[in-house]
Design a protein around this ligand. Structure first.
Ligand SMILES: Nc1ncnc2c1ncn2[C@@H]1O[C@H](COP(=O)(O)OP(=O)(O)OP(=O)(O)O)[C@@H](O)[C@H]1O
Ligand SMILES: [Mg+2]
Length: 343
């Protein structure tokens, strides 16, 4: 079956200009292959600068790749003409970290939620407003907030407005780029639960970008781990949490506050190796690196359908004691569950 979204050998390099020095190019994404089926949620995790947002922008066609391609329902995004590209924005949407920056401070929230229907000429003013009011209800915004400006809403309410707006055209694919990172933990849990229920009812696929692994388990079907623009591990969320195969994935899990994983699972404070060359990019920081890792780039190996890994020394399945890594993510999930109960 044709995937909804597919990235093939996707690369992106940014030119960095330096005064009196030749332009350097910086590889933000390097040869990524990924695909998403309709309705599926893929979480993309990795440290700051690992290329998560760049990947999200490429998949939506906001930025063009410098190598490889992205296809939507089997068709290369670069082949869409301007009119088709506008039509495509009904299907492909993005929700960013900072809701305040995404909203017009002077416009009533109901008008902002209704706007995509007017831009795409999908409804007249009265119908757009009535559908916006319905959407407000779906995302948990009480009707009296309709005519307020964003300034008069809380952070969580503002993010609900942004999500409502993104869903008005019935998108098939939504990129959530650190969509809950700016919110405090209890509001994060509510917004995550909202995203989960909207996904079930709206049936859209999503790319959920986050540096915080605690939130991933709650929303994702699959997880892709990026390190310096490369895919280092991918697999079903449950497997990634229970038995990470890559030392980098395990280090991300070990860094979750309260993780029972041993300190030895963490990365060394080595220099971050940014140049593209031979050897594994993680070698200077990896707790299990060998001489081989410095000499030979590990290939991406397919362990099972949907489970890929690039490491010369994949980790064995953890002993039962270490499997408690899952427990470190349970706090947030638990807080969602308690809120559901109390609601
Ligand atoms: N417009 C740009 N010009 C030059 N370099 C850029 C640009 N945008 C991103 N980069 C670089 O590309 C790399 C990947 O950036 P990206 O923003 O995709 O990372 P990220 O994983 O989203 O990080 P964060 O978690 O901090 O948001 C980084 O090294 C970044 O400095
Ligand atoms: Mg980012």
């Amino acid at each position: 079956m044709t995937p909804l979204i597919r990235a093939e050998a996707l690369s992106h390099s940014y030119k960095t200009r330096r005064f009196l020095r030749p332009n350097l190019s910086h590889m933000a994404l390097d040869g990524i292959d990924l695909s998403l089926a309709a309705g599926e949620t893929l979480a993309v995790v990795g440290e700051s600068g690992s290329g998560k947002s760049t990947l999200g922008r490429m998949l939506l066609g906001i930025e063009r790749p410098t190598g490889g391609r992205v296809s939507y329902e089997g068709r290369d995004l670069s082949s869409f003409g301007p009119a088709e590209a506008l039509r495509l924005t009904q299907d492909l949407q993005m929700v960013f970290q900072n809701p305040s920056a995404a909203l017009d401070p002077r416009l009533a929230v109901i008008s902002q939620i209704a706007e995509p229907l007017l831009i795409h000429k999908l409804a007249g003013l009265a119908e757009a407003r009535s559908r916006a009011a319905e959407m407000m209800e779906r995302v948990g915004l009480p009707p009296p907030l309709a005519n307020r400006t964003p300034k008069l809403l809380s952070g969580g309410q503002r993010q609900r407005v942004v999500i409502a707006r993104a869903l008005m055209t019935g998108p098939r694919f939504v990129v959530f780029d650190e969509a809950v990172s700016a919110l405090d933990v209890s509001v994060q849990a509510q917004i995550l639960e909202l995203i989960r229920s909207l996904r079930r009812s709206g049936g859209f696929a999503s790319l959920f970008i986050t540096h915080d692994l605690r939130v991933v388990r709650h929303v994702a079907d699959r997880v892709a781990v990026l390190y310096l623009g490369r895919l280092v591990e991918e697999g079903p969320a449950r497997q990634i949490f229970a038995a990470p195969g890559h030392p980098y994935t395990r280090a991300l899990l070990a860094a979750i506050p309260g993780s029972p994983l041993p300190r030895a699972a963490r990365l060394h404070a080595g220099e971050i190796r940014r140049e593209v060359g031979l050897g594994c990019a993680l070698v200077s920081r990896c707790p299990v690196a060998s001489a081989l890792c410095a000499q030979l780039t590990p290939p991406l190996v397919r362990l099972a359908p949907g489970r890929r890994l690039t490491c010369h020394h994949p980790l064995p399945r953890p002993a039962p004691r270490a499997q408690g890594a899952e427990a470190a993510t349970a706090g947030l999930v638990h807080s969602v569950a308690s809120q559901e109960e109390s609601a």
